[in-house]
Design a protein around this ligand. Structure first.
Ligand code: AP5
Length: 212
């Protein structure tokens, strides 16, 4: 399965992609997670990406295409993958076609539909593990032991780009730069839309049905 998740910030792409990756035994490739790791490691990429991400803007296409080309060349992605956060522009989508080529397994593209007002509530209460990236929500799915991760015990924190101003910019970027990506795949008849509102388990069931 070669699956792409499209959806606004906070729509549940990461939450659902992690579950699906476990179900299908394929890697969950999140460009946001990769960039946050680079920032935590203090690499040149991280230094370049940090201010752009904090402002809620998009990192350059050239940089992101290079990162994805290298990642998809790794052996664990040879039998399938779930892309979360890429492609985010039509230029990235066109380049991805060239990277994945005309393999036997066609790309599947799933768009999670969540209205903007629900997004703001989800993101303001999101917390993420600083070590393993596990995703929590202070109301719906809080860590069992307060401020530490259930899985690895590291601190659970708010993301640097989850400020009100950055979220507004990220939503703008989604509408202006990423919705055309959904249209790009719609014209190729690859796009499936899934209602992303409701309990996480219900959304997961809808996704499974849509992929069946
Ligand atoms: P990225 O990390 O991809 O962020 P995003 O797209 O803004 O998405 P989020 O991670 O915020 O949300 P999500 O949809 O994964 O939701 P989640 O599952 O966490 O990118 C960050 C930045 O990196 C970008 O702004 C950009 O600067 C840069 N970048 C990355 N890729 C790039 C690219 N290709 N090109 C250029 N720049 C790039 O859920 C959110 C919250 O809601 C959680 O608390 C969760 O518990 C809760 N939740 C989930 N599902 C439900 C539900 N059904 N009901 C209630 N709550 C729910």
């Amino acid at each position: 399965m070669k699956l792409i998740f499209i959806g606004p910030p906070g729509s549940g792409k990461g939450t659902q992609a992690k579950r699906l990756a476990g179900r299908f035994g394929i890697p969950h490739i999140s460009t946001g997670d990769m960039l946050r790791e680079a920032i935590a490691d203090g690499t040149e990429l991280g230094k370049e990406a940090a201010p752009i991400m904090a402002a809620g803007a998009l990192v350059s296409d050239d940089l992101m295409i290079g990162i994805i080309r290298d990642r998809l060349a790794k052996s664990d992605a040879s039998h399938g993958f779930i892309l979360d956060g890429f492609p985010r522009t039509v230029v990235q989508a066109e380049k991805l076609d060239g990277i994945v080529g005309n393999g036997t397994e066609p790309l599947r593209v799933l768009q999670l539909l969540v209205p903007d007002d629900a997004i703001v509530r989800r993101i303001s209460l999101r917390r993420t593990c600083s070590q393993c990236g596990a995703i929590y929500h202070l109301e719906n799915n809080p860590p069992a032991a307060g401020g530490v991760c259930d899985r690895c015990g590291a601190a659970v924190v708010a993301r640097a780009d989850d400020t009100e101003e950055a979220v507004r910019k990220r939503l703008e970027a989604f509408h202006r730069q990423t919705l055309p990506v959904a249209a790009f795949y719609k014209t190729k008849s690859l796009l499936r839309e899934v209602d992303g509102v409701g309990p996480v388990d219900e959304v997961f069931e809808r996704i499974e049905k849509s992929l069946a």
